[in-house]
Every structure is written in C-alpha cells, then in structure tokens.
Design a binder for this molecule. Structure first.
Ligand SMILES: [Zn+2]
Length: 134
C-alpha cells in the first residue's frame, strides 16, 4: 500500500501544477456518500466507469463522457486527468484508438481511489481559506 502510494506521488505532484485539475475536490456530500456506501463500493463504481466510459477503443461521447459532478469518481477523474481519452493520452501517455488493457484499467482505478483517499486525509487543510495567515 505504501509503495503504491509512493508511485502516485509523482503523478499527484504533476497534477498539482494544473490550476484546472486542482479545482476539483470532494464536497461534504461526496464524502458522506463515500462513507455511507463504503470505499469498496466506490471502487467498484470506479472500475465500471473506467471499463465502460474510458477503456473502449472509441468510447461513446469521448471528451464529454465524464460529468463535472454527481459522483465522487467523476471529480476524481477530472482532478486526475483521467476524464477522457485525450486527457489520458496527453497526461499519462495512454494511446488513443485502442482498448485500454485490463491491467492498465486497474492502475487508473488505483490512482483515482488514491485521490479519493487523499481528499479524506487532506480535507481539513483544504477547507482553510486561502487568505488565512499561518
Ligand atoms: Zn478529459
């Protein structure tokens, strides 16, 4: 688990440089939803979204398949640049036009779930107003 987390640190550091990507955070409602249904259920939803909406060689509606809100995983996908095939290609060098292999899908799911976990551990800090003095 900690080795896995270290692998994602470089990716999270890259994302942290993007104003657009860092805008996305789980809301209180999102966090309550995760707490209510449980992380394993969220992971299953995440795997379904990745398989059905991203993994096909030519996903339906590509570029618009991930809503901005409505599920914690959608926010994770925007925050992690895993929202569509062009973002996956640009950020993570996932080739377009061919199906994403199962192992790579699992990697994407692990990454998205790591972001969701971070939102839980960081949310107190995230709520501090940016103008606050230290
Ligand atoms: Zn995208």
């Amino acid at each position: 688990m900690s080795a896995e987390r270290n692998n994602y640190d470089a990716a999270f550091a890259r994302l942290a440089k993007s104003k657009f990507r860092t805008r996305f955070h789980l809301s209180d409602g999102d966090r309550q939803y995760v707490a209510r249904v449980g992380v394993e259920t969220i992971r299953r939803h995440c795997a379904d979204f990745v398989r059905d909406r991203l993994a096909p060689a030519n996903p339906p509606n590509d570029g618009k398949q991930t809503p901005m809100r409505g599920h914690p995983v959608f926010k994770a996908q925007h925050a992690c640049a895993c929202c569509c095939r062009s973002c996956l290609a640009k950020w993570w060098k996932v080739p377009r036009g061919i199906a994403i292999p199962a192992a790579r899908q699992e990697g994407i799911v692990g990454f998205l779930m790591a972001w969701i976990e971070r939102e839980f551990s960081c949310h107190i800090r995230a709520q501090i107003p940016t103008g606050a003095r230290s």
